[in-house]
Design a protein around this ligand. Structure first.
Ligand SMILES: Cc1cc2nc3c(=O)[nH]c(=O)nc-3n(C[C@H](O)[C@H](O)[C@H](O)COP(=O)(O)OP(=O)(O)OC[C@H]3O[C@@H](n4cnc5c(N)ncnc54)[C@H](O)[C@@H]3O)c2cc1C
Length: 423
């Protein structure tokens, strides 16, 4: 991967004095043992300073193999630097699949799980829920392994770990037999349907996403991803077919109006392998708009309609800086810092124009408008919610901070982002 001064969006300039790309776990241990401040970096897709450090930044891009697959036990063990785009074709070739993916496959598994990255689907937890075990290089340079079988409580604490407990050099993930997915995009879902049947709409498929600019009396696009088994009817829906009052598109679409749909995964209801339909964007192409900032807020399912009403009421205020918003469903889980900790959630994502100066005041207003619904922000995206408020939104944050101090007493893995979040 090589040294990169900035993150993917270009809005964060990293402050690391040194950059390392170790080729073995031994080398990772040596770097960490001798460092004062050190931090792992994945594919740099986070929009904030979570992966930054002042001293030693470590990329595991040279450690990106699949170490072992067990199709009987349905597990795969991977190196800490592997990206989904490297893992998923391998799994598919072995007749296996992951339960879900984010909108893009370009990110590392370790980096995605550290921030509770997610896709959509009322029965799908975030990507970290697939993690069954992890190997860490801890602050002293020691190798420690934990697993869901032996240490379920510790796994709940450490899996969405924000990079605070050490460098993850191995992950074991749950896998399942490969499956096909049909993806169909419907246009113009009427708002009264959303207000009356949001639960049904979000549950109408394996993974459902709604795209809106909050400016119309309809949701511009409904992306419906349906699993098709060998015995299922997989004929594509006829163009023009209506679903919840929305109309099946007759051509492939990008979520942002006017952008080319070439980078998007196949639509029009044509069935294909899971990894070529579950992400919105294809391997080898720039995901999303490419020129953007992102934020995301999760609210409990029960609060989703109220959140939609609030966002619609400020739609014109958001408009000058908003490119597109996405609404997704994520299942509840038990991980301490997951935004879906013990609550099935609806996630409200915002793709902004690439100008923090203009976005920040709008985001601050948006976040205070939604504050009565106690939204939890995405750890890898931009937010103006201060650390003391986060303590009230993530009930295990204080316990997490105590555990971080136990694992990393000298604060080797801490950076300014973690200081602000953990206090
Ligand atoms: C275009 C785009 C689309 C996106 N779509 C989605 C989406 O659909 N859903 C969603 O939830 N998010 C999405 N995101 C956000 C993204 O998934 C998260 O920011 C994710 O954490 C990025 O992974 P990364 O590999 O780039 O990690 P980085 O951003 O490089 O790092 C993130 C964190 O992981 C830690 N880390 C990385 N590797 C290791 C390791 N080996 N050991 C310990 N800690 C480690 C870092 O220290 C840091 O704390 C999107 C981002 C972009 C740019």
């Amino acid at each position: 991967m090589g040294f990169a001064e900035r993150n993917w969006a270009g809005n964060v300039r990293f402050g690391a004095a040194r950059f390392h790309e170790p080729r073995t776990v031994d080398e990772v241990q040596t770097i960490v043992a001798s460092a004062t401040k050190v931090r792992a970096v994945g594919s740099r897709h986070s929009f904030n300073t979570i992966a930054d450090t002042v001293d030693d930044q470590v990329s595991l891009s040279a450690l990106s193999r699949v170490a072992e697959i067990d199709t009987q036990q349905r597990t795969v063990m991977v190196d800490g630097g592997i990206k989904y785009e490297e893992l998923i074709p391998y799994l598919h070739d072995h007749g296996m699949a992951l339960a879900n993916l984010a909108s893009l496959p370009h990110i590392t598994v370790a980096g995605a799980c550290a921030t509770a990255t997610h896709g959509s689907g009322v029965t799908n937890g975030n990507l970290a829920t697939a993690v069954l075990g992890m190997q860490f290089v801890t602050s002293e340079g020691d190798l420690v392994e934990i697993s869901r079988d032996h240490d379920p409580g510790l796994m709940d604490a450490l899996t969405v770990g924000l990079g605070a407990f050490g460098i993850v050099t191995r992950l074991t993930l749950a896998i399942e037999p490969t499956f096909d997915v049909q993806q169909t995009v419907y246009e113009d879902l009427p708002m009264p349907t959303v207000d009356g049947q949001l639960d049904e709409v979000m549950a109408d498929g394996y993974s459902v996403s709604l795209f809106t600019t909050w400016r119309h009396d309809h949701i511009e696009q409904l992306w419906r991803k349906v699993r098709v088994g060998p015995d299922d009817e997989d004929a594509p829906p006829v163009a023009g077919t209506r679903r919840f009052g929305a109309t099946a598109a007759t051509r492939k679409l990008h979520p942002i109006k006017g952008l080319s749909a070439v980078p998007c995964t196949d639509q029009l209801g044509i069935a294909g392998p899971w990894h070529e339909r579950l992400p919105h964007f294809r391997i080898g192409f720039t995901p999303s708009s490419g020129e953007e900032l992102q934020s995301e807020l999760f609210v409990a399912n029960e609060e989703a309609l109220e959140a939609i009403a609030i966002l619609r009421s400020i739609g014109e205020f958001l408009a000058p800086v908003l490119q597109i918003s996405e609404i997704r469903a994520v299942a509840a889980d038990s991980m301490w810092l997951s935004p879906c900790h013990r609550q099935a959630s609806i996630a409200f994502h915002f793709t902004w124009i690439p100008s923090w100066l203009e976005v920040e005041p709008v985001l601050a207003t948006l976040e205070s408008s939604l504050a009565p619904l106690l939204p939890r922000p995405h750890w890898g995206k931009l937010s103006t919610i201060p650390g003391d408020v986060l303590q009230t939104r993530f009930e295990r944050l204080e316990a997490f901070a105590e555990l971080v101090t136990e694992w990393d007493p000298t604060g080797k893995f801490r950076n300014s982002y973690l200081d602000a979040v953990l206090g």
